[in-house]
Write a protein that binds this ligand. Structure first.
Ligand code: SAH
Length: 244
């Protein structure tokens, strides 16, 4: 095992959370430490992420995931799905701060879902499920379609494609919280038709400030206003090949 510096990890993490005004318990800090250790060790096996340096994992994965907490009106929100969650970002990190909420983590890579299942077991979490599948398939299933209050997604696809992956999961009135970089305005412009077709509208864009992160981060919030026509999402691969 690598020689990992727990004290330094805790100091960095707590500093960031404080800066974000996110309250935390010692249990949550301990869970994030376990998450980090497991992530670093398993990364060699599974090639989960290019980001492995401690400070970078804290800022780019953990803090970047939770930064949206202050932006969400949590009233009437219970059931979340994270599409293309990878090693659990942002879904699993958010779950640690919202233990009473129900989370579904979706990824098309079985090795990532395998990693997540082991981690969920290790952390002894309830009310969270990692599911192997493609968004295009799951969104057609009765239990999944139009059944979520909130969908999140980070670093999965451009907004026009991502809208087709995410909006069908939402109930009317539900919101999509999509993490984006500096190209967000162009993406919004290109996604106008997709949003209209899928029954969603752009509610807000928010510039995010992630402590210790020298990068432009934005949050795009969509609201589902109408039922998504049953033909969407199209077959696996089509949304990406022929964006709406
Ligand atoms: N959200 C994570 C991972 C981003 S990488 C993070 O921000 O770190 C993109 C992930 O999306 C990959 O793990 C890939 O397997 C998954 N993915 C891509 N297209 C998908 C689809 N159509 N359905 C489900 N998962 C998908």
């Amino acid at each position: 095992m690598m020689n990992l510096n727990k004290d330094k990890f805790i100091t960095e993490l707590q500093g960031g959370l404080r800066e974000l005004n996110i309250s935390y318990s010692s249990e949550q800090i301990e869970q994030l430490w376990e998450y980090y250790v497991f992530f670093i060790n398993e990364n060699k096996k599974y090639n989960l992420s290019a980001i492995t340096e401690m400070k970078e994992v804290i800022t780019k994965h953990f803090l970047d995931s939770v930064v949206i907490l202050s932006q969400i009106e949590l009233k009437n929100v219970k059931r979340w799905v994270d599409i293309g969650t990878g090693a659990g970002f942002p879904g699993l990190v958010l779950k640690l701060f919202l233990p009473g909420h129900s989370f579904y983590l979706v990824d098309s890579s079985s090795k990532k879902v395998n990693f997540l299942n082991q981690l969920i077991y290790k952390l002894n979490l309830n009310g969270i499920n990692a599911v192997h599948g493609r968004a295009e398939d799951l969104a057609k299933e009765l239990d999944w379609r139009a059944s979520f209050d909130l969908v999140t997604s980070r670093a999965v696809a451009s907004l026009n494609v991502l809208a087709e992956y995410t909006v069908p999961f939402l109930r009317i009135g539900g919101s999509a919280f999509l993490y984006k970089g500096p190209e967000y305005l162009e993406e919004i412009d290109e996604a106008k038709n997709a949003l209209k077709t899928l029954g969603a509208e752009l509610k807000e864009t928010i510039e995010l400030d992630v402590p210790g992160l020298n990068a432009e981060r934005y949050l795009i919030i969509l609201e589902k206003i109408e039922k998504t026509p049953p033909k969407y999402p199209r077959r696996p691969g089509i949304p990406n090949k022929r964006p709406l």
